[in-house]
Design a protein around this ligand. Structure first.
Ligand SMILES: Cc1cc2nc3c(=O)[nH]c(=O)nc-3n(C[C@H](O)[C@H](O)[C@H](O)COP(=O)(O)OP(=O)(O)OC[C@H]3O[C@@H](n4cnc5c(N)ncnc54)[C@H](O)[C@@H]3O)c2cc1C
Length: 599
């Protein structure tokens, strides 16, 4: 039994290490820690296997070379180029080398990968992954049909259960306990009871995923609200490269539900309204002119822009030219029933269920959807959180996965590289925490460590505010989608920034109708909205600040990449009065000098 005491009205727990988040990053970190003789607890606002990692479809990238020749160095090059040269090359090289062992480790944990005829882990091509430094697409994505993330999540959870890792499920972390530059644990709200819990720890890991719900059209789950990025920002930790938001080219029209790049990896082709006669033929579509070598398997930033360019030129399927409502087709018809049903079962099911479109006989209507956070909490390659651009750590605080910025994805993540990121850096963080714990002590948490959380909950429940969460959330999601999306300008980003500032004022008047303590999801949504508004503000500010186009950050008023002035990471901070400031960190460049990005 771990020490459990009461402080005021809060229960205090003490663990050597706590892991916040039970997605792939958190579980991999917890598993590493479980190899040592330390007390460890995982705290998650969702039941672990409902974490968003379970939604990942297409694959995990590693140069296994099971289907054709491949090398970690090629993976390294592709990731650097895909990042538009903003990724830190020391971190990328390490990730691509360790990816191979990480995938075999998952296999040995029992992950049921799809197989080649001779029994090896099957692999398929994915956007931006090439052989021999860009010659042609390469089969690098190891997959379990189109349920790879689901299998990773269940496999890691099973291993954690086997190792008797302690879980606090449906506990919602709302604050970080800090003493100067050290982290002492977290404050959490128990959904089932409405009780406040203080988790005191010598080392704390954050693996709370992304923030896709800041936007109206997204592939992300309802729980992807950027909570702990915002918690860190509020506690004086800057966020890195927040301007870089990935828009995946192929979300189901209007819904944003993802159609994995695996569909194009298996041979799917994007088609515009001038190309309808070619449906089912397997002939090239409009991407052949944009990226002659890799065509539909160009990186996501390029494909998303190409789709919007087609729409703006009046070649979208409805021809309206409206990037909000028009769309293109993803044609899988030529792949045939066998491939679609065995290799892409989930996404064809989504298409049939949500759009009543059967991809075996007709193309799927798609449009770009908000997908992934390249930026986040700054860390080094051991997962240690940095408190500034000078690489000075926050003692005892770690992060990895989508919430973090290490930075391996730079300005644009390649498909399959997030699942690699979570297992490689989740493990590395766990290993470094174990090392750190040898000499670490518990800090002094003071008499009212939960005061801020209590006053926030009290304000939301009993403050008499008349503003409604749903109204503010809808306005935030809409302004971000329209003004801080695939294409950006000073004018529309200023609109986004100013609207978010107004919405934050309105948020102070938010009131929650449900007064109960038990499973008060209305209260949780109100808290999440506060976090999302903070994140939306940092995205708009950072995007306004970066006056160039790079990767997923595409400024129509600054259309060129500007290596002279902007080959650097941005660190945004917001002080207690809401004043925003920026600092910068050079990009680590080792082997690959920046070049124009042509595919
Ligand atoms: C539809 C879809 C398909 C994808 N396909 C692929 C793919 O094929 N290949 C690939 O590489 N990547 C893919 N990705 C991206 C990848 O799945 C994610 O980036 C990755 O799984 C994130 O893992 P994570 O562990 O960082 O976070 P998550 O899996 O999002 O886990 C976050 C955890 O934090 C917890 N949490 C959040 N906030 C709090 C809080 N305040 N208090 C307590 N707990 C909290 C949650 O309960 C959850 O357990 C896909 C993404 C989507 C949306």
């Amino acid at each position: 039994m771990q020490p459990r005491t009461v402080l005021g009205a809060a229960t205090v727990h003490r663990f050597d290490a706590i892991v916040v988040g039970a997605g792939g990053a958190g579980l991999r970190c917890a598993l590493e820690l479980s190899e040592h003789d330390y007390s460890v607890a995982v705290i998650s606002k969702l039941y672990p296997v409902r974490s968003h990692t379970g939604a990942a479809q297409g694959g995990v990238g590693a140069a296994l070379g099971n289907e054709e020749e491949d090398k970690p160095e090629w993976h390294f090059f592709d990731t650097v180029k895909g990042s538009d040269y903003l990724g830190d090359q020391d971190a990328i090289e390490l990730m691509c080398e360790e990816a191979i062992a990480a995938v075999y480790e998952l296999e040995h944990f029992g992950l049921p990968f799809s197989r080649t005829p001779d029994g090896k882990i099957a692999q398929r091509p994915f956007g931006g992954h090439t052989r021999n430094f860009g010659e042609a697409p390469v089969k690098r994505a190891a997959y379990a049909a189109d349920r790879t993330g689901h299998m990773i999540l269940h496999t890691l959870f099973d291993q954690c259960v086997k190792k008797e890792v302690r879980f606090f499920n449906e506990f919602y972390v709302l604050d970080l306990l800090k003493d100067g530059d050290a982290c002492l644990g977290v404050v959490a709200y128990e959904l089932a009871t409405g009780e406040i819990h203080i988790f005191q720890a010598k080392a704390t890991f954050i693996g709370t995923g992304g923030y896709g719900r800041v936007y109206s059209i997204t592939s992300n789950a309802h729980a992807s609200t950027g909570d702990c990025m915002a918690v860190c920002l509020r506690r004086g930790i800057p966020l890195e490269d927040m301007e870089f938001v990935q828009f995946h080219p192929t979300g189901l029209r209007r819904l944003g539900i993802l159609v994995s790049e695996a569909a194009r990896g298996e041979g799917g082709i994007l088609r515009n309204r001038e190309d309808l006669d070619n449906i089912g033929s397997g002939k090239d579509g409009f991407m052949a002119a944009v990226a002659p070598t890799v065509k539909d398997l160009a990186p996501r930033d390029m494909v998303a822009r190409a789709i919007y360019d087609e729409i703006k030129a009046g070649r979208g399927i409805d021809g309206s030219g409206d990037t909000g409502s028009d769309y293109v087709y993803l044609d899988l018809v030529h792949l045939g029933e066998m491939v679609i049903n065995t290799k892409l079962p989930d996404i064809s099911h989504f298409s049939r269920t949500y759009l009543a479109v059967d991809p075996i006989v007709e193309p799927i209507p798609v449009q770009p959807t908000t997908h992934y956070a390249m930026g986040g909490i700054p860390t080094d390659t051991q997962g240690r959180v940095m408190r500034n651009a000078r690489n000075e750590p926050v003692e005892g605080l770690y992060a990895a996965g989508e919430v973090a910025c290490v930075s391996v994805h730079g300005a644009n993540r390649l498909g399959t590289n997030s699942l690699v990121d979570i297992v490689v850096f989740g493990r590395r963080a766990g290993a470094d925490m174990a090392r750190y714990l040898k000499d670490a002590q518990f800090g002094h948490i003071g008499s009212e460590p939960d005061a801020f959380v209590r006053s926030e909950i009290d304000r939301l429940k009993h403050g008499g505010g008349k503003e409604r969460v749903a109204d503010i959330r809808k306005a935030m999601q809409s302004v971000m989608m329209v003004n801080s999306g695939v294409f950006r300008t000073e004018e529309n980003l200023t609109t986004a920034r100013d609207t978010i500032a107004e919405l934050r004022q309105r948020y102070r008047q938010v009131g929650v109708g449900d007064q109960s303590d038990y499973f008060n999801t209305e209260l949780v949504e109100a808290v999440e909205l506060g976090f999302m508004l903070d994140i939306a503000g940092t995205i708009a500010e950072s995007a306004l600040n970066r006056t160039e186009s790079r990767g997923a950050h595409s400024r129509e008023d600054y259309p060129e990449r500007d290596d002279k002035n902007w080959l650097k990471h941005t660190f945004i901070s917001v002080d207690e009065d809401g004043q925003v400031s920026f600092d910068y960190k050079p990009v680590t460049i080792t082997k690959f000098k920046p070049k124009p990005r042509v595919y």
